[in-house]
Structures are given as structure tokens and as C-alpha cells.
Write a protein that binds this ligand. Structure first.
Ligand SMILES: NC(=O)c1ccc[n+]([C@@H]2O[C@H](COP(=O)([O-])OP(=O)(O)OC[C@H]3O[C@@H](n4cnc5c(N)ncnc54)[C@H](O)[C@@H]3O)[C@@H](O)[C@H]2O)c1
Length: 350
């Protein structure tokens, strides 16, 4: 039986992606209620997706006994209060990233859900991209050899907008790094099967006139030895953004463009060697198998996560991307900000 979901925060991501591509498309989920502080928005989204129940105040949606699970897609500063209230009300939660403004809030959210016995997931939906699933398997099977280095970037042209929560650290927890860099770092951790151990990070405001950083560059070392370069930018034109992902291992490399983001389609270019090669002074770059272009059948990333989270709720299994992953991401991002502030390389605090 489909899980009965409510959505809190009917703005950009909910209306553009997660409701139409996730909840409305899923056979395992049924959207029965929406809530937003903006009544006109809540009413319009309810009408658009034929949702009968509309709430605008307090935690009304969480008091609805019919609602089994809630997707929290309101601005980041409000996640903490809604997730704690959901846990108190015995509702399962899928929360948008970043989980919270800081590590302390995210810890409380994970602890509250655990104590209440409700499932808690974080929407790092890029893990579900068919190209990323392909790379994950390639690396897990050892076909890339020992993971050596990853590069991941996510950008968005984001000029000043009055009231935009990402442009005020008090509302968003930071800027491009916590908003987009966290996706990149999470994805590389997922692909490598390793955790970020320490980081050096620079942040700056190079173009946009608001308090949050519009530029973040991270150099990360993972606990399994791999390294990564990640950048998140609010200040380059969308048309110029390639949202590049590169992973190198001792037996090969893989490159994808545009798979990091909200789209579900894409290709990966892969070059693999049968084994770690002897030194070749000519540095022939074609590889024993040549370069292959892999185009996996696209899987909608929002639907895949809503499906998987709904199944976890029904079957009583672990969420596909547990809240603990969101808490860990919060720790990694906090280490990045501390590095940017102090100019030091910072270890992620477990
Ligand atoms: N995973 C993804 O692909 C993805 C993409 C974009 C945004 N996000 C995350 O989703 C969240 C929302 O981002 P967005 O871009 O949709 O924001 P948005 O500003 O477009 O929409 C937020 C909505 O929440 C409503 N709102 C504001 N305060 C509220 C409150 N206290 N209670 C209930 N509703 C409230 C607003 O009226 C608005 O409709 C953020 O945490 C963001 O980081 C995730």
C-alpha cells in the first residue's frame, strides 16, 4: 500500500521536481497534504497536484493522523523545528539537504528520529543517477582500481534576490558550499566508499553582493586515501557550467558532464585498463580497451528516492540515504567552513 505523504514547503524544489517527478509519479507514495507559510502557494500547489488537504500554520500537517510521512522542503533554517516536530508526532521524514544550519541541530534531528523510532532520510538524490549508480558499481567491483582522485563541481548563476535564504548564512547556514558543495562531497564519498577525513577550503564573495559565499573550493583527503577537488559556485553563467564529475583510479578514469544536478539523463566516458600497467614513457592515452561512452537507461532521481524511502517505511528497513549521512555531511561542511575561516587544514570531527 502506498505511503501517505505530506509536503512542508511547496516552493522551488518541491513544485519543480520532487512533487511532479517523485510523489506524483511514484506507485509507492501518495501525496495527501501540503503545507506552506505562503497560503497562496500552498493552495496553488495543492490544486496543481490534486491534493485535498492544505495547511499553512504551525505544525498542522504533522497533526493530521492520516499523514504517515513528511517531506521537509522549506528553507534550511526551518528544517530543525519540523523534523523534531515530525519525530514527536511519529511521522517518518525525508528532509532536504542541508539537514540544518549546523552540526548541533543535525545531531538533535537524528537523535529525535531514532528515539521516536521513525525513519529519517536526507535528499541526496544524486546518488540515484543512473550514471552514478554505474560508477558506484564500477568502483565497488574494483574495475577502476584503487580510487585515487575525484573532481566534482556544481554551479548556479545566483544573483541577489531579496529574502533569498541561501544568501544569508543565518537562514541557509552558508552559501554555495553548504547548498551545492555538499552534494558533490556526498557523491564522491558514495562513489569511493570512503569518508572525507580532512579538508582545506577557500571561500569568497567574488561577484555577488550578499553575505553568503558565492565561491567555494575544497581540497579533501578521504579516510581510504583518495583525494578530491570540489567547487561550488553561485557566480558563473548557467550556460557555461559543465557540472563536471571526474574519478580516477589506478586502472582507469571516468568523466561525466551534467550528471551532477537535478537532471536524470547523461553519459559517462570511461577508460579502463585490464590491470595496472607497466611504465610507458610514451604515455599512450588510449587505454587497452579504448575510451567507451556509457549511456545508462535514465532513472528519475527524485522518483527513485521517493520510491526507495517509501519502501523502507513500508518494509521497516533502513532508509536509502539515512539521516546520519546528512549529519555526516554537516560535519564535513563545518570542517570546510572552519578551514576557510582559519586558513588551516581541518579534520572532520566524528
Ligand atoms: N535536493 C535538491 O535537488 C534541492 C534543490 C533545491 C533546493 N533544495 C533544498 O530544498 C529546500 C528548499 O529550497 P527551495 O529552493 O525549494 O526554496 P524556495 O524558497 O524556492 O521554497 C521554499 C518554500 O518554503 C516556504 N516556506 C518558507 N518558510 C517556511 C516555513 N517556516 N514553513 C513552511 N514553509 C515555508 C516558502 O513559502 C516557499 O514556498 C532547501 O533546504 C534547499 O537546500 C534541494
Amino acid at each position: 500500500m502506498a505511503v501517505k505523504w505530506g509536503v512542508i514547503g511547496c516552493g522551488g524544489i518541491a513544485d519543480r521536481r520532487t512533487i511532479p517527478e517523485g510523489f506524483a509519479a511514484s506507485q509507492e507514495a501518495e501525496l495527501i497534504a501540503v503545507q506552506d507559510v505562503d497560503e497562496a502557494r500552498a493552495t496553488a500547489v495543492a490544486a496543481k497536484y490534486a491534493v485535498a488537504k492544505v495547511y499553512t500554520e504551525g505544525v498542522k500537517l504533522l497533526e493530521d493522523p492520516e499523514v504517515e510521512a513528511v517531506y521537509v522542503a522549506s528553507p534550511t533554517a526551518s528544517h530543525h523545528q519540523y523534523v523534531l516536530a515530525a519525530a514527536r508526532a511519529g511521522k517518518h521524514v525525508l528532509c532536504e539537504k542541508p539537514l540544518a544550519l549546523n552540526v548541533a541541530q543535525a545531531e538533535e534531528m537524528v537523535a529525535a528520529c531514532k528515539e521516536a523510532g521513525v525513519k529519517f532520510g536526507v535528499n541526496f538524490m544524486m546518488r540515484f543517477h543512473a550514471c552514478h549508480q554505474y560508477l558506484h558499481q564500477l568502483i565497488a567491483e574494483g574495475k577502476l582500481g584503487k580510487p585515487v582522485l575525484g573532481k566534482a563541481e556544481l554551479t548556479c548563476w545566483y544573483p541577489p534576490i531579496p529574502g533569498a535564504f541561501r544568501q544569508d548564512p543565518a537562514q541557509g547556514g552558508g552559501g554555495a558550499l553548504i547548498d551545492m558543495g555538499n552534494h558533490c562531497l556526498d557523491l564522491l564519498e558514495y562513489l569511493f566508499g570512503q569518508r572525507v577525513a580532512r579538508v582545506s577550503c577557500f571561500t569568497a564573495n567574488l561577484v555577488q553582493a550578499y553575505p553568503s559565499e558565492d565561491t567555494a573550493a575544497v581540497l579533501a583527503e578521504f579516510d581510504g586515501g583518495a583525494m578530491a577537488l570540489v567547487n561550488a559556485l553561485f557566480n558563473v553563467p548557467d550556460a557555461a557550467a559543465k557540472n563536471m564529475l571526474v574519478v580516477y583510479g589506478s586502472r582507469g578514469g571516468a568523466w561525466a558532464f551534467g550528471t551532477i544536478g537535478q537532471d536524470s539523463s547523461g553519459q559517462v566516458h570511461v577508460t579502463l585498463e585490464e590491470e595496472e600497467a607497466a611504465y610507458d614513457a610514451a604515455q599512450v592515452r588510449t587505454g587497452s580497451g579504448g575510451e567507451q561512452t556509457v549511456t545508462p537507461e535514465p532513472v528519475n532521481i527524485y522518483r527513485a528516492h521517493v520510491d526507495a524511502m517509501s519502501r523502507a517505511i513500508r518494509e521497516g528497513t533502513e532508509p536509502p540515504v539515512p539521516g546520519e549521512v546528512g549529519l555526516w555531511s554537516q560535519r564535513v561542511i563545518a570542517a570546510c567552513y572552519e578551514s576557510a575561516r582559519t586558513g588551516q587544514c581541518v579534520e572532520v570531527q566524528p
